[in-house]
Design a protein around this ligand. Structure first.
Ligand code: PHE
Length: 354
């Protein structure tokens, strides 16, 4: 029996543990309930009575030796493993990191929605230049030279033909509104024998010489609308815009037509809707009035029709122009215009999946 104990001492001393597997082998052989030491303890009953005590002590010593070794090995193996953990191996079973795709810009989302609403009621989409002459941006739209209405829209001029402050129809500028496309469309549709009726919307970018702030920007977006045919009346304008507002916002949104002035429409109205942020009870977006302006509109002035070669005795029409930024602000509660152009992904990602 004591020889056996000596043998096991030796075996334990020589046993080298360098991995978790080897640690487990050590445990099974020396520490576990089916290990060699337990076996020796079982053999104790065959040891003569007088030697039993001494052999028992010997065995306990061996057992403690095995346990101490086991604990020491466990500690080193654990340390090795946690050190290895800090540089983890590639785990091929992990799910893949999703590939982030871009999102549509909120202004794009809203422009598409506006187009969709008008297309469903028979409008098509038209386009025109952003670099325009004074004639298309102002003159044909009935803005007389030196008229104060031009001051409403601080213009970026590219080329002043006269070289002075004096306006000239050929001056080149960045369009201040999308109404220039109205003129181009009307001209195109009145060429030829008979006038071809127009029912179009014209989305586009416009420019005004404004200091950039939370509320103003030097570039922004509008969607212009134009409907010209026989017997088009103010009621059609109202119907169309009522429909638009209910579709864009919701059925409970209230609409108000407020008399206004534009050189190219008569009568003219600005369109306010009940504030989408506070529901009409008053907040700083609606300046505590409960209403926010979203568009200008009116019946196309007969003089403008005539400027474009359309007989105002035969045809009438309405026009409107709305601000895309404003509609987006109301729909998604965007309080600072600068967010649209700063390209901060934290802002843009909020429109994912819309
Ligand atoms: N062009 C005008 C503006 O920018 C809006 C407008 C468009 C008004 C069409 C009436 C008709 O303020």
């Amino acid at each position: 029996m004591l020889d056996k104990v000596k043998e096991i001492y030796q075996e334990i001393e020589q046993f080298n543990v360098a991995s978790k597997d080897q640690l487990e082998q050590f445990r099974l052989r020396f520490v576990g309930r089916k290990g060699v030491i337990t076996e020796l303890f079982e053999g104790l009953k065959h040891v003569p009575q007088e030697d039993r005590r001494a052999v028992g002590q010997e065995l306990n010593g061996l057992k403690n030796f095995a346990l101490e070794r086991f604990e020491a090995f466990t500690k080193t193996i654990d340390e090795q493993l946690s050190a290895a953990d800090s540089t983890p191996p590639v785990d091929l079973t992990l799910p893949i990191v999703p590939n982030l795709t871009g999102t549509q810009h909120p202004l794009t989302l809203v422009r598409q929605r506006i187009i969709q609403i008008f297309e469903r009621i028979g409008f098509n989409v038209a386009d025109g230049p952003e670099i325009e002459t004074d004639w298309y941006n102002f003159g044909a739209l009935n803005f007389p030279d030196n008229h104060p209405a031009r001051d409403m829209q601080d213009t970026f001029f590219i080329e002043k033909k006269s070289g002075t402050e004096q306006e000239s129809a050929d001056d080149v500028l960045l369009r201040t509104h999308t109404s220039n496309v109205q003129i181009r469309l009307m001209e195109r549709h009145s060429k030829g024998e008979t006038f071809r009726p127009i029912r179009s919307i014209m989305p586009g970018r416009v420019y005004r010489n404004e200091t950039i702030s939370a509320r103003a920007h030097c570039l922004f977006h509008q969607v212009e609308g134009l409907y010209i045919d026989r017997n088009v009346g103010f009621k059609d304008l109202k119907d169309t815009l009522y429909h638009f507002v209910k579709e864009m916002f919701n059925k409970d949104t209230r609409i108000r037509f407020r008399p206004s002035y534009f050189p190219f429409t008569e009568p003219s109205a600005e369109i306010d809707i009940s504030c989408q942020i506070c529901g009409g009870s008053g907040c700083n977006i609606c300046k505590h009035s409960g209403w926010v302006e979203i568009a200008g509109s009116g019946m196309v002035d007969p003089q403008v029709l005539a400027n474009c070669g359309i007989d105002p005795e035969e045809y009438t029409g309405f026009a409107f122009g709305m601000g895309v930024e404003r509609i987006t602000q109301l729909k998604y509660v965007v309080n600072d215009l600068r967010l649209y152009t700063e390209n901060d992904v934290r802002f843009l990602r909020q429109f994912e999946g819309l």
